[in-house]
Design a protein around this ligand. Structure first.
Ligand code: FE2
Ligand code: FE2
Length: 155
């Protein structure tokens, strides 16, 4: 793992531990870590940029973990926050743009076209992680969000 990946992983893990994170630490253990693992696997298989895929996976839901009020537009806010964090580490601009695009287009419920293989990888890894951790998905929809079934279907 590169230094920037380790630093970002630590920031995201610590944010998941904080009291502001209404989803609990399982956001890290049952979702983000799983999205990272699937992203890494898919990126290697598809000969994509593994570092971009892993950074996008780490940061794709960062906004609502930091502040649950950002959930509805979290793809936009997470992309913006990812840019800010990566710029702080002087990460190359071209790679920041790639990470940003992956995050912006990761949601199945939004119609933002995915233009890169890494963006397809994040969206797939996100879904795969939900199917791999169905208990966490149901807990998010019905316990944390207190949604009714019709609303939960638009996750
Ligand atoms: Fe998301
Ligand atoms: Fe996610």
């Amino acid at each position: 793992m590169s230094q920037v990946v380790s630093k970002i992983a630590k920031i995201v893990e610590d944010t998941c531990k904080s009291e502001n994170n209404i989803y609990g630490f399982s956001a890290w253990t049952h979702h983000i870590q799983s999205v990272v693992a699937f992203s890494k696997k898919l990126a290697k298989k598809k000969q994509a940029d593994v570092e971009v895929a892993v950074l996008a996976a780490l940061l794709h839901d960062y906004a609502q973990i930091s502040d649950s009020k950002l959930y509805s537009e979290h793809h936009v806010h997470s992309a913006r926050l990812a840019r800010e964090l990566l710029e702080n580490y002087k990460y190359p601009e071209q790679k920041i743009s790639q990470v940003e695009h992956c995050i912006l287009s990761h949601r199945g419920s939004r119609e933002i076209p995915r233009e890169t293989i890494e963006a397809e990888i994040l969206a797939s890894a996100d879904s795969m992680a939900h199917f791999d951790n169905l208990d966490a998905l149901f807990s998010l929809a019905f316990k944390v969000k207190k949604w009714k079934q019709a609303k939960a279907e638009s996750l």
